[in-house]
Design a protein around this ligand. Sequence first.
Ligand code: MN
Length: 193
Amino acid sequence: MFELIDLPYGSSELEPIISAETIALHHGKHLATYVNNLNNMLPGSGLEDKSLEEIVACATGGIFNNAGQILNHNLYFEQLQKPSNDNHPVGKIAEAINEQFGSYDDFKKDFTTVASTLFGSGWAWLASDNDGKLHVLQMPNADNPVTKGLKPLMCFDVWEHAYYVDYRNRRPDYIAAMWQILNWKVIEQRYQL
Ligand code: MN
């Protein structure tokens, strides 16, 4: 049985970038529903003893969709912290970003294009391969880089439920604001694991 994760911050701590109302809906309703759905679907599936990553890598249909959305949202919520105007990558992930993209600003530009041009529901990802090389990916619906053999490092949820309460239809404004609340220490730890 999977459980709804506890957030590593209070529900109003991401304001004004993400409101307490969005957190209550996004974590307390959307993510909780994915957890309940998966727990109802797993018995008899043969996947009961697998980790979330293993399920996402091999499942299809409803189990894939719900497990993928749990994994995606756990990665999303756990990489956030209270806003800072002077927020930037640290350590090895900062070095890799500068080396591969030229600068953090160039990386943000590339990632923003990928996140804003995704049609419909889905996710923008920063992921790494076995050689530590970084990849920026646009993935629809519940998909996650583990389905391509990549390690997920950082993500923006661009499903409308992630931003509609706070930004209405203005997805680009949500994407531009998200950089202030990324916890790069958490993202770097994922990169080094
Ligand atoms: Mn979401």
